[in-house]
Design a protein around this ligand. Structure first.
Ligand code: ZN
Length: 380
């Protein structure tokens, strides 16, 4: 589908739902006849369908059209150190199924498990394989999307890996992207007002990744290495990082760091990671001193890095995503309201710092959205 007006029309239906031909022609600045032709063509492709008749404005009731949501399907694979999550979405970007697998000791075996999970979803959801349009994969590391190549993803132990062989084995087109950029793209897909904006998306998980958007375009640089804010030095304690340096931001402001502060200050060293965060959030809400100190220590480091981002880009917005759940909202409120950021001197306090509503699902759902953007002509 190469017609850019087709893509604009489909995107309008995705964002606004059911529309009449008149509404479409006004929104697209095209004649009624042209819009009718496009709708006929898109209906023939199975992408658009009738939605019955709308309210009358005096004359005949107008015919409404909508996206045929289940006309195409798109898969994703989100690679984390302890799991691979495989979601499937439809044409509207709505999740229809998901599988989670444990990584195998050898990466090729993990890929084989991903392939079987995709086939399992196709079978159990009774999908027509010819309607499956691609598999997007997100990695916490340096990804060369054009060459379908992961250069370096230390947290999952992957270096210089080409996916060409896997792509031919799967028989479906692959789309690769860095984890933070994947989450940032998903955020923009769900927030059309972000189109064209300058923003930096900070993904907080086992490490910290960032996605930089300048005038609505991803900025990755020729080497694909731009935005490694997770490895700027924020302290002088000699704490070693997997990157070979010491005292990197992600050692002090990742989820791993927050769990460490929690264990040090709250003395609950034997609890699992999953149990720690809700416990910390509860204790923080009750105002218990060790929890307050853990959150405040974390927030001071988180905002030390955010400050660098503000000073580097002066973006329209900074978005925080990742897997700290509800707690991140409180952390950001504390940081924005109570920390006396030295950057206030420069007037950066007007830059909104928001928490992504998608939270940890940003990059998971986002991986399945990577092949979907082509349908709507969105930059990736
Ligand atoms: Zn580092």
């Amino acid at each position: 589908m190469d017609n850019s007006n087709h893509k604009k029309l489909l995107n309008l239906l995705r964002v606004r739902g059911e529309m009449t031909k008149l509404e479409l022609s006004e929104a697209l600045g095209l004649s009624h006849t042209t819009v009718s032709t496009y709708i006929e063509q898109l209906t023939a492709e199975g992408l658009v369908e009738s939605a019955g008749f709308g309210e009358s404005a005096g004359g005949r009731r107008p015919l409404m059209v909508r996206l045929a949501e289940n006309a195409r399907f798109f898969f994703g694979a989100y690679f984390a150190p302890d799991r691979v999550v495989i979601p499937a979405v439809n044409l509207a970007g709505r999740e229809i199924a998901r599988r989670t697998i444990a990584p195998a000791p050898v990466f090729e075996e993990t890929l084989e498990k991903v392939r079987r999970a995709v086939l399992d979803i196709i079978k159990s959801e009774k999908l027509d394989p010819s309607r499956v349009m691609g598999l997007g994969m997100s990695f916490p590391g340096v990804v060369d999307s054009a060459r379908k190549f992961v250069e370096y993803a230390p947290n999952i132990g992957l270096r210089s890996f080409s996916f060409a062989e896997f792509e031919s084995a799967l028989g479906v087109e692959l789309f690769l992207e860095n984890e933070a950029i994947t989450a940032a793209l998903a955020y923009r897909f769900n927030n059309p007002a972000m189109a064209g904006k300058n923003f930096v998306y900070v993904s907080v998980a086992e490490g910290i990744g960032t996605g930089i958007f300048i005038d609505g375009n991803i900025y990755k640089s020729v080497s694909n290495k731009a935005g490694e804010f997770g490895h700027i030095k924020v302290a002088d304690n000699g704490l070693p990082c997997k990157c070979g340096r010491t005292d990197c931001w992600e050692l002090y402001a990742s989820k791993t760091a927050l769990l460490r502060y929690c264990r040090e200050l709250m003395g609950n060293s034997r609890e699992s990671d999953e149990a720690l965060l809700p416990g910390l959030h509860e204790a923080f809400k009750k105002g218990e001193a060790p929890a307050l100190e853990a959150v405040r220590r974390y927030a001071r480091y988180l905002f030390r890095g955010i400050e660098t981002i503000l000073l580097s880009f002066s973006p329209d917005e900074v978005i925080i995503g990742g897997d700290l759940g509800e707690l991140m909202g409180d952390i950001v409120s504390y940081g924005v309201n109570d920390l006396q950021l030295s950057s206030r001197f420069f007037g950066y306090e007007s830059v909104p710092i928001r928490v992504s509503a998608l939270k940890e699902t940003g990059a998971i759902l986002g991986s399945a959205l990577l092949p979907l953007y082509r349908v709507y002509d969105q930059e990736t």
